[in-house]
Ligand binder design. Structure first.
Ligand code: FAD
Length: 385
């Protein structure tokens, strides 16, 4: 038992994982989530080996394996369906985002997650950091973890993040019933790359559901909203004339959401007076390495390992600084490479040059990372210094 009291703002993938990892170490942790419940639908995502490693160490391996869809192979295709390359995905698990969040939240004990709690501000520089809610109430903690996502409201307690940087691309996303489609569509990950757009599909459960994400130039004159439902025909029109396999998938789409993509330049600091940023609130990245959630999960493991056994506030300050120092070089690099992959995947280059389009890069440095071990090594380094 460390006696440390931690409040987490945001019960998404990053906040929930951090809370679970801290709770496992006996830390008194509470999560404050704006939504009243986990949205039942949402989109899909790929849980990569680096994220799976963390969640397996937290005891969630069996639940994840029973829910997600293992994806062995990624096929890289031209718009007409001819294959350019295929490669091993390194233990990728396709999941519904809602399933993943629910599995992590279920790992937390009763009373840890407070849903329907909309945080309006986090105040640092008081004796202890304070979280303020929209209903006028507030709470304090020794450490406040700000994990409220890409459009973080509370990150301002720590830093002035650079403005969101729209990528000029929208993702049209949805699920389809993949039963009856050929095996190479229903079990694998497929990426069709065309001149100014690309389409990704992969399974997300054990019942034949496929997720698709169709990346297209952001339509001119778009509204200020960044996420909303569109007519399903929009995505079919965007890929008219492509590989019949893409049309077979998109013909089944009924509910399609448009999500306008943006990231930020890497920024610092992530830590101030007991308040620490985590996940997209710290390092929002484009989805073209499939690492945003995986990096948020890694953050949680490293933060927990460093806070294990923390004492007074000077000790906490040193440990939080070590968290930032451990995480930033890696997330800076992944943010940068995610941008470059976006340019490559939707670039006008001839696909026969295949290797420079991204997927054939050596990604062992991404997937092979053991965040729990990295956090424990950083903590041991503090003890010996
Ligand atoms: C098209 C697309 C595809 C993607 N595919 C992948 C993929 O395959 N693999 C991958 O790893 N990542 C992927 N990502 C990225 C991934 O979704 C994010 O990086 C990840 O969700 C970040 O987790 P987070 O916990 O930091 O933030 P979020 O998941 O956004 O969670 C933030 C939480 O905070 C809550 N919140 C917000 N404001 C407040 C407030 N004021 N008070 C209280 N609570 C609040 C929100 O309701 C939410 O629950 C993809 C993203 C996109 C757009």
């Amino acid at each position: 038992m460390t006696g440390l009291r931690v409040a987490v703002v945001g019960g998404g993938i990053g906040g929930a994982t951090a809370a679970l990892a801290l709770g496992r170490l006996g830390v008194d942790v509470a999560v404050y989530e704006r939504r009243a419940s986990v949205p039942p639908v949402g989109s899909g995502l790929g849980l990569a080996a680096n994220g799976r490693r963390v969640l397996a160490e937290l005891g969630l391996g069996t639940a994840l394996d029973a829910t997600g869809a293992p994806i062995g192979t990624m096929r890289l295709l031209r718009a007409d369906g001819t294959e350019v390359a295929h490669y091993d995905t390194g233990r990728l698990l396709g999941m519904r985002r809602a399933d993943l969040v629910r599995i992590v939240l279920d790992g937390l004990g009763p009373g840890v997650v407070h849903q329907g709690r909309d945080c309006v501000a986090v105040v640092a520089d008081t004796e202890r950091p304070v979280v303020r809610f929209v209903d006028g109430s507030s709470t304090w903690a020794d450490v406040v973890v700000v994990a409220d996502g890409l459009r973080s409201r509370c990150a301002g307690a720590v830093a002035t993040p650079p403005a969101l940087r729209p990528s000029g691309t929208s993702a049209l996303r949805g699920f389809v019933d993949g039963r009856g489609l050929p095996d190479h569509l229903s079990t694998g990950q497929n990426a069709w790359l065309g001149p100014d757009r690309h389409l990704l599909s992969y399974p997300v459960d054990r019942h034949g559901t496929l997720n698709f994400a169709a990346f297209v130039p952001r339509p001119a004159g778009s509204a200020d909203e960044w996420s909303f439902r569109v007519d399903a025909q929009t995505v079919r029109d965007a890929y008219a004339g492509w590989d019949p396999d893409t049309r077979a998938i998109l013909a089944r789409a009924t509910e399609v959401y448009r999500y306008d993509l943006a990231d930020r330049d890497p920024f610092a600091p992530w830590v101030r007076a007991g308040v620490v940023l985590l996940g997209d609130a710290a390092h929002p990245m484009l989805p073209h390495m499939g690492q945003g959630a995986n990096q948020a999960i890694e953050d949680g493991a490293v933060l927990a390992a460093l806070l294990d056994g923390a004492g007074g506030s000077a000790d906490v300050t040193e440990r939080l600084a070590a968290y930032e120092a451990t995480r930033r070089p890696r997330t800076d690099r992944i943010q940068e490479q995610s941008r470059r992959n976006g340019e490559r995947f939707s670039g006008a280059r001839d696909l026969t040059s295949g290797g420079d389009r991204g997927p054939t890069q050596d990604l062992s440095w991404v997937y092979g990372y053991d965040a729990g071990a990295a956090g424990r090594a950083a903590a041991a380094g503090l003890r010996t210094s």
